[in-house]
Design a protein around this ligand. Structure first.
Ligand code: SF4
Length: 222
């Protein structure tokens, strides 16, 4: 299995960076897709919901507070942030910051039309990378594959979907109170153990000499 980033995905990124579909359609004040050319490997891929305002500023997927929580979870099963970023392609159901929620509780959930506008990008990336394992982080990503399921009935388990293994995880943003319950935190631990169990066998090794360093994740808290 080649460890070179797929050329097709690098070319797709060039086009994705200039996507303004949601801005042109009036859904976003300013479109700015958040992506890096890191982690373009075929073993494991993460699908989140949408970037937050910190990611909008620094251009790094999971580069804000939710990312810090996600990497704290992963560290609890022995997976370090930089290793994960090198080895896992991190994307989202929509690739631009959707703005703050009108209720003031976290970020706005991308609308169905925005998800549909962004869907072809995600479909193309899935077709190119053909990941063996998909980490589904948060409700929108889970809804795509496991519609209508309650978090407490699916977190902690793994699912087979065609040739892929699905691992659903709650979103680490802190906007949800789901993890306040002890039994839910135990389900999360079970889910992270599923990630760990697959880590050494499914995920490509990191390149020995990365071509560039990722910008340090932001420490801004808003
Ligand atoms: S969310 Fe997706 S479809 Fe919408 S402007 Fe951003 S990259 Fe384009």
């Amino acid at each position: 299995m080649s460890l070179e980033p797929p050329q097709e995905l690098l070319l797709l990124h060039e086009r994705l960076r200039s996507c303004r579909l949601c801005q042109d359609a009036g859904y976003l004040h300013r479109a700015r897709p958040v992506l890096t050319d890191w982690g373009m490997r075929r073993g494991m891929m993460l699908i989140g919901q949408a970037p937050g305002v910190v990611e909008f500023d620094n251009g790094t997927p999971f580069g804000g507070r939710a990312g810090r929580e996600l990497f704290r979870w992963l560290a609890s099963v022995g997976i370090e942030e930089m290793e994960f970023r090198h080895r896992v392609y991190m994307c989202a159901v929509t690739r631009c910051f959707p703005g703050k929620s009108p209720t003031g509780n976290g970020d706005r959930k991308p609308s169905r039309p925005e998800i549909e506008l962004c869907r072809p990008w995600l479909e193309s990336i899935l077709r190119i990378l053909e990941p063996r394992v998909l980490l589904l982080v948060g409700g929108l990503a889970i809804e795509r594959y496991l519609p209508g399921r309650r978090l407490d009935s699916i977190v902690g388990r793994r699912y087979e979907h065609e040739d892929q293994i699905l691992i659903p995880l709650p979103h680490p943003s802190g906007a949800s109170r789901w993890l306040n319950a002890r039994e839910h935190r135990e389900l999360l631990r079970d889910g992270l153990r599923q990630v760990r169990d697959l880590w050494d066998t499914v995920v490509d090794p990191a390149p020995e000499e990365p071509a560039e360093r990722l910008p340090a994740p932001a420490t801004v808290v808003r």
